[in-house]
Design a protein. Structure first.
Length: 207
């Protein structure tokens, strides 16, 4: 899918591309980090490293577009979506990928994983602030990044020997679990209910 995405981004480059940027675009980086983890577990270290680097480059590009849009139009509704959590999750899974590469034998990568963990951590306060002030609901797009951050923090604790991070990991594990339960129960309660009308439909206009 990568060539299709690159072609589309090249065609819509500039302000048009910026105005469509949102947290969901970080899934390109998340997916590539996932492939890097798979390659590392298979002990194909070279390709694990290549995919990891690509994942971080993609993360920087997508994050740059999102930040550019936020600076250009802070009130853009497309920015305030539950998938804003993937800004944190993308850096968290990159941290986990680096940990798997480290375990596969390339120990020199650990300083980079510390940097990606710091980036993931730095995103938490602004994301929480945006979600609270703009009343962004809790959905599946938030659950995965929370769980991934817990896992990445535990991996960083093992990799660096900073045992105090184990407590941070445990706290986020419980936060992620509670979030998962809430979203799961909410999803189950909606089974059989008619879907909510999209914005701009006749029913919305009538009300």
């Amino acid at each position: 899918m990568a060539p299709v995405v690159v072609r589309r981004m090249w065609r819509d480059r500039g302000p048009a591309l910026r105005d469509g940027a949102h947290g969901g675009w970080e899934l390109a980086s998340v997916a590539t980090s996932g492939l890097s983890i798979l390659m590392a577990d298979l002990r194909v270290v070279f390709w694990a490293l290549v995919l990891w680097v690509i994942a971080m480059v993609v993360y920087l590009v997508m994050t740059g577009l999102i930040v550019w849009r936020a600076v250009h139009d802070p009130s853009a509704p497309g920015l305030v979506r539950p998938d804003i959590w993937i800004l944190m999750g993308g850096a968290a899974i990159a941290t986990l990928a680096g940990d798997h590469i480290h375990k596969a034998g390339l120990t020199m990568v650990w300083p980079v994983t510390v940097v990606t963990w710091i980036v993931a951590t730095a995103w938490i306060p602004p994301v929480v602030y945006v979600c609270i002030t703009r009343r962004v609901g809790l959905v599946w797009a938030a659950v995965f990044p929370l769980g991934m951050y817990s896992s990445a923090t535990d991996a960083t604790a093992v990799e660096t020997g900073w045992t105090w991070l184990r407590s941070v990991s445990l706290v986020f594990f419980w936060i992620a679990l509670v979030a998962w339960v809430i979203v799961a129960l909410r999803s189950l309660s909606r089974i059989g209910s008619p879907p909510a009308p999209a914005a701009g439909t006749r029913s919305d206009l009538a009300t």
